[in-house]
Ligand binder design. Structure first.
Ligand code: UD1
Ligand code: UDP
Length: 362
């Protein structure tokens, strides 16, 4: 078999591709790992390769462009060159970032089959660059690995031409594979100055690039009825700095700001926290893993992970500060029993995906 190319460019792609890379190795299928450099800081990139005990990428691209369009174009051109040399059987991409779209387009222009891991998610919120990236990628993919029945139906409704396979989401595989190690190795809890806390993250462009929303989040953190542990994404750090809000946020007594954390530390915080407040996609999935089982307040206007809502884990609370604060108050005032099964599968998504690749190309 010609090698399968696995492309990852950002933190969540490295995490969710890790089980696929491992399963390809276990099945003894040849693969080439391209890190296409959208995330480049050690703590947004290399630390995940180390935490997840992945092989070093065969190619690690350094991208100079900064605007989203130039970034996508530069990644596409660089990946195109590599695909010309590698001549892979399939190009695997995961999720909805600019990296994903650029790799899918590069493969498509070389008439190579694209396999889209986590296909078929839809937020129906066209303000989000991710919604465009995932729709475009789904429509040029020959293999669509849908994590849930709902995502499969989204793809069927849009008449995609590729073959659809129901696999589950590799986010659950990754939690299952790494939480035991995280609990042994991570010392993060020693640093946390609170007994009980909510774990918060925020980085969505439509949130933190909007000063009014950024200010609302600041007020929520200031007035939260429960202390907040907040590993801060570099995009958000930059926006807080530009708006002269970072120093004020650092002074808030009930908020403990951390740099972007490694996966093992983050897993331990998810397991230990009382509640998660986030605009992340992947975290909405991880919170449903049977070993985590946490309520998530989604600080957005929509979600493409409706399954997490239907199962009772997640609630979309919008970006209005009063609404978010009432949701936090409600969540901390009552304990709610959560399901023991994740709507995103049983942790065998990577195995299923690789079985399909093996059946088609080996
Ligand atoms: C990207 C994805 C988003 C995903 C997120 C995961 C797109 C459109 N967005 O958003 O879907 O949820 O990654 O975290 O692809 N920066 C650094 N160091 C880094 C990376 C980024 O400082 O290692 C800063 C830079 O100022 C950069 C900004 O963050 O301009 C935004 O980075 P970018 O990769 O464009 O988007 P994210 O917000 O990270
Ligand atoms: N994560 C992490 N450290 C952090 C914040 C998040 O390891 O400080 C992990 C988290 O467990 C999840 C992924 O990063 O697997 C989510 O990434 P992000 O929220 O940046 O992107 P999204 O999922 O929204 O695309």
């Amino acid at each position: 078999m010609k090698p399968a190319v696995v492309v990852a460019g950002t933190r969540p792609e490295i995490i969710k591709m890790a089980p696929i890379i491992r399963a390809l190795n276990q099945a003894k299928l040849p693969s080439v790992f391209i890190h296409c450099g959208q995330h480049y800081d050690y703590n947004m990139s290399q630390q995940f390769i180390e935490n997840l005990e992945l092989p070093m990428p065969d190619f690690y691209l350094k991208i100079e462009a900064s605007s989203p369009g130039a970034q996508t174009a530069e990644m596409m051109a660089r990946i195109d060159q590599l695909l010309g040399k590698i001549e892979p059987s399939i190009v695997l991409v995961e999720g909805d970032t600019n990296s994903v779209l650029s790799a899918a387009l590069a493969a498509n222009k070389r008439a190579l089959p694209v396999g889209h891991v986590e296909a078929g998610l839809r937020s129906f919120d066209l303000r989000m660059p991710e919604e465009h990236n995932r729709r475009l990628t789904d429509h040029i993919s020959e293999y669509l690995f849908a994590p849930t029945q709902r995502s499969r139906e989204n793809l069927l409704k849009e008449n995609v031409w590729g073959k659809i396979f129901l696999t589950g989401n590799t986010a659950i595989d990754a939690v299952n594979q790494h939480l035991p190690l995280a609990e042994k190795k991570s010392c993060i809890l020693e640093k946390i100055p609170f007994e009980e806390f909510a774990l918060a993250t925020a980085h969505r462009a439509e949130n933190v690039d909007d000063t009014a929303v950024l200010e609302a989040f600041f007020d929520v953190f200031k007035k939260s009825p429960i202390p907040i542990v907040y590993p801060m994404h570099p995009r958000t750090r930059k926006r807080l700095q530009e708006n002269n809000m970072l120093a004020q946020m650092e002074k808030l007594k009930g908020v403990f700001i951390l740099p972007p954390l490694g996966y093992l530390d983050f897993l331990v915080l998810m397991k230990r926290c009382r509640l998660i407040i986030t605009d992340s996609g992947g975290i909405q999935e991880e919170a449903t893993a049977p070993s985590i089982r946490k309520r998530v307040l989604v600080i957005r206007l929509s979600t493409e992970r409706q399954e997490a809502m239907e199962a009772g884990f997640a609630k979309v609370v919008g970006t209005d500060k009063n609404q978010i604060l009432s949701a936090i108050e409600e969540a901390v005032s009552k304990e709610e029993e959560l399901p023991c099964v994740s709507p995103f599968g049983d942790g065998t998504a990577a195995e299923k995906t690789v079985e399909i690749i093996k059946g088609s190309f080996a």
